[in-house]
Design a protein around this ligand. Structure first.
Ligand code: 5GP
Ligand code: ZN
Length: 119
């Protein structure tokens, strides 16, 4: 989709600070970080939301979650077998949640204490 920002990042048309990549996923730092670690993990194929992706290609959703875990470990937010010190995965979905880019992305947030409930 040529009008999708994240598809354009996948295509290399817009630069990104890539921290992790597999054949079907890409992870890059958010341009407006909300925590010391703020990485976006996306499927390279265009799917608007997690709900649509799980219907179309559940294996790919699993690969996105696995990539997010790998990023968290790489960033020192977790270990292979444990959740310390911890991090948050966020998938803003739809207008009420403030989704601004309509290409599924998991936010990986960490490196500080994260309040709950979110805003
Ligand atoms: P959403 O609000 O849809 O959950 O998240 C979209 C995220 O994309 C925001 O956190 C925003 O800062 C980030 N973002 C928007 N444009 C760009 C860009 O051009 N490059 C990168 N790396 N992040 C972007
Ligand atoms: Zn897209």
């Amino acid at each position: 989709m040529s009008d999708c920002l994240f598809c354009r990042i996948v295509a290399g048309e817009i630069p990104a600070d890539v921290v992790h990549e597999t054949d079907r996923t890409l992870a890059f730092r958010d341009v407006n970080p909300q925590a010391p670690t703020h990485v976006l993990v996306i499927p390279k194929d265009h799917h608007a939301t997690a709900g649509l992706l799980v219907g179309a290609d559940p294996q790919l959703l699993a690969e996105v979650v696995a990539a997010a875990h790998a990023v968290a470990v790489q960033e020192g937010l977790a270990t292979e077998d444990g959740p310390e010190p911890g991090y948050r995965l966020v998938a803003n979905t739809g207008p009420a949640a403030g989704q601004t880019v309509h290409h599924l992305h998991l936010h990986v947030l960490g490196g500080r204490s994260l309040g709950w409930p979110p805003g």
